[in-house]
Each structure stands twice: as C-alpha cells, then as structure tokens.
Design a protein around this ligand. Structure first.
Ligand code: SF4
Length: 473
C-alpha cells in the first residue's frame, strides 16, 4: 500500500492515511484521506471557514464594505487579503471613488467579554450603520459570523434584514464561523450559497448579448482576469459577470442572464455554477488557463461553444508568437529542475503538467490544505510515478519533505515560504503570486521568470548554514 508515514509523524500514525506516493498500478480510489478535521498534534497550515468566505470568495468584490462580527483578532485576520486588485469601473458607467477599496478597508464589531455575556447584536447594528455612514458610496455591506458570534448565537440575519431596509442597500450575512468546517473550503461553500440565495436573479444587467458568459472562480489574483479578458474580447465574447475578481456587487445579481458559465477555480466556486444551471438553465464548463497548452485547449472549447473557432485560433496564434522566444529561454534554464507544488486548490492539478510540458520541470511533491476527493483524483492523474501527495501537511512534515525530496523550488503560500528559506530552499508564492499575473499565455512567462529568478538567485550561494544542513543530512 503506497501510503507513507513520515519520521516526524511516528507519534501520530493516523497521518499515514493522508500521505500517498503515486503508484500507477494502484486502484483509482487510493488517494490521501482528506476534508477531515486536522489530527490533534499537527501544526496545520490551514485557514478557517470564515477565512474561506472573506479571504477567497467575497474579498475580491470591489464596491462593498465588510463588517466582521468578532473580537478584533478575526477582523485583523480578515484584513489580510490575497492580492485581488480592482479597477474603479462599475457596470453603470460610473467610477468607484477609491482605488483598490477591497484591499484597504475592513470593519469589525470589536466584541468584548460583556458582549459575549449579554449578546453582540447591538454592536453589530451600530457597526453596520457606522460603515454605511463612513463609506456612503459602497453598494452593499457584507457581514460575517465568526467563532465567537457563532457560539453566542447572535441572530445576524435579523439585523441584516432590518438594516437593509433602513439603509436601502443589500446587507448580507455570511454564516461560516471558523469552527463550522474542517477547512476554509466550508467557507467557500457557504459564500457560494449565500450569494446565490440572496443575490442571483435579483437584478437585470444594463444590456445583454448572445455571447455573455459568467467567469466563475476567477479572483483576479495579481491581475489574472486582466490577462484573460482581452482574449475573450478579441473573440467577441462578453464577460457579463465575474465571480468575484474585480466584480461589482450588482454583477453577482444578474449572473442568471449569462449564456454560459466558465468555472476556473473548481474547488471554491463550482457550487454556484451548479446552482445557476439548476435554477436558471445556464450550462457551465470547467476551464483551466494555466500554461499555453491548457489555455489554447480551453479557448478552443469556448470558441466551439459559441461558433467562434477562427477567433479562438487567432488569439492563440498571436499569443504563442509573442511568448515563444521567452518560453524557449526559460525551458533551457529550468529543464530537469524539481518542484514541490503546495497550493490551496486546483492549482495543484493545473500547474504540474504545464511546468513539465513547457519547462521540462519535474513535480516531486504536491500538497494542499483543503482539497477534496475529486481534486486528489485529478492530482494523482496528472503527476508522475513516485510523486508524494500530502493532505494538510504539518510544519514538521514540511521540513522532512524538503530534506527527503530536495525540490529545487517550492511553490506555496506565505506561511511556508520562510520555513523553506531558512532551510536554504527557494520558495515563491503561488497563492498570491510574486510578480503576477500567472494566468494565460503571458502569465505563464511571468511564472517561469519568477521560478527562474528564485532558483538562480545568487543569494542561495551566500546562505552560510546551508552546508551545515546538507552535512546533517
Ligand atoms: S473565525 Fe474562529 S478560527 Fe477564524 S479567525 Fe476567528 S476565531 Fe479564529
């Protein structure tokens, strides 16, 4: 049975079920155990369900203010967002007055002991009214339950309903306290359901075309959306709504009017695509725009759907012509280098193959904090023999993986980056990116450039303790 117990996990043998080494002869159902509570004793890298809503789903909306109903800690945590830049353009032609408002502001109810004892609804009411007064130009107010308010049982929905009428704007409550699921994935689900139930179908778009799409699960990380958008425009396809990169509150309200939904981040946002299909009959397809091959394949699929095959070919041809010389350069430099991909969701199955196919890199390890069975099946399909696949790795395992598998580079998040650097291993951000965007044809060149710059940085030759680490091995 190709499951593996790391040395550091000797005292927590249950970890073995979460670590799988790819063996092609294995039955399909052999994948890491996942989407379960972190095993006590593990120093997990996971985020909470509240983080799943605010940090992933709603944090990218450009014209709303967030009120976190919590002691100040969760609000501070909710403030740290991914790099989701936003443009000031609103669908009605007006400009939103503050650039990147979504990255700059968050409000909280700052609950204290007496609120826990006597209830926090009064404070929530005050905070929402204050948010409406402080930011009169926002188009909605989103409020969030957290562990404390989930436990004391404040009726946030009632407050939101009452104030929505009083303020004259949508006030929406997201009920995903941190403890409500094993990972942030629970928050993604709650975020999808809440936005669907409260918003989709409540407004009509200013205009429609026969080529309107929803681009779902695209959060505009470091400008990804702004790379993809011109491809669609050149093909004559109109993005009616994004969910939720650089999107306005209203765009979510008219997602039911699209002719097709494309689902990019399939872990966090397939839920809403399914709901829209079920209720409004808008079909959806799963897409992937990481790397030239997947990008071309998916543009072709989109072209075929709308009868715009020639337009798709034109986009592909022009971009390949543009990137080929740089792609050749980076392939020469990165051929044979090994990589450990430690991303949150689908990047784990989207990235290994483009890295191998276009840059000649080999994936030796893949890990995620909140993937589900279907995601692990795809990861297993797309990595080579012997690749270790780890669910919810703990901090000590991170060190053992670096020592055992010696990746030339790790693509991960900020929490892991400095552990790796302390061990003398290049590590760059794949969640929020280093110098993105990384999506699309041009984005893949940015990714290759950042990998190249990290691996070839002269700093690794100056790390004094690196030799000591290697000697200890
Ligand atoms: S919601 Fe709970 S788990 Fe999440 S930051 Fe707040 S206290 Fe921590």
């Amino acid at each position: 049975m190709p499951f593996k117990l790391f040395e550091v996990d000797k005292e927590i043998p249950d970890r073995e079920k979460h670590i799988y080494v790819k063996d092609t002869d294995d039955p399909v159902e052999h994948i890491p155990k996942c989407n379960t509570k972190t095993i006590p004793g593990c120093m997990t890298e996971r985020g909470c369900a509240f983080a799943g809503v605010k940090g992933v789903i709603t944090g990218a909306v450009k014209d709303v203010v967030h009120v976190v109903h919590s002691p100040v800690g969760c609000t501070t945590y909710g403030c740290g967002s991914k790099r989701y830049p936003t443009s000031p353009d609103l669908p009605n032609g007006e400009k939103f007055p503050v650039e990147n408002f979504n990255l700059k502001y968050i409000m909280g109810t700052d609950l204290k002991e007496s609120d826990v004892v006597f209830g926090g609804m009064k404070k929530l009411r005050q905070s929402i009214l204050e948010a409406a007064k402080e930011f009169p130009y926002v188009n909605a107010i989103y409020t969030y339950a957290t562990c404390t308010t989930g436990l004391i049982g404040d009726d946030m929905e009632a407050v939101a309903k009452e104030l929505s009428e009083e303020i004259g704007k949508d006030v929406i409550t997201f009920n995903a306290p941190g403890f409500s699921g094993p990972t942030q994935s629970k928050g993604h689900h709650v975020g999808n359901l809440t936005l669907f139930n409260h918003l989709v179908g409540t407004k009509e778009p200013p205009e429609t075309t026969p080529y309107d799409i929803n681009l779902i699960g695209e959060y505009n990380i470091d400008g990804d959306l702004w790379v993809l958008k011109p491809y669609f425009e050149e093909m004559g396809i109109n993005i009616l709504s994004t969910f939720t990169g650089d999107c306005s509150h209203d765009e979510i309200c008219w997602m039911h009017r699209a002719k097709l939904s494309l689902v990019r981040c399939q872990r966090s946002a397939t839920y809403i695509a399914e709901l829209i299909e079920e209720k409004y009959g808008v079909p959806y397809i799963k897409v992937d725009f990481f790397g030239p091959k997947y990008c071309a394949e998916n543009l072709r699929a989109l072209g075929k759907y709308f009868g715009k095959e020639a337009e798709a070919e034109k986009v592909i041809e022009s971009r390949m012509k543009q990137i080929q010389p740089e792609l050749d350069f980076y392939r020469e430099k990165l051929e044979g280098k090994t990589v450990w991909v430690f991303s949150g969701g689908p990047k784990n199955w989207h990235i290994p193959q483009p890295l191998e196919e276009h840059l000649g890199m080999k994936t030796v390890a893949v890990s995620t904090m909140f993937e589900h069975e279907d995601g692990y099946e795809k990861i297993k399909e797309r990595v080579g023999e012997g690749t270790v696949i780890i669910d919810d790795p703990n901090s000590l395992e991170l060190e053992e993986i670096i020592e055992d598998y010696k990746p030339d580079i790790i693509l991960s998040g900020i929490k892991e980056k400095y552990i790796a650097h302390k061990m003398g291993t290049p590590c760059m951000l794949i969640h929020s990116y280093e110098n993105g965007p990384y999506m699309g044809f041009e984005g893949f060149i940015n990714l290759a450039r950042d990998i190249y710059a990290s691996i070839y940085s002269p700093v690794w030759n100056m790390v004094e303790f690196k030799d000591e680490i290697r000697e200890e091995e």
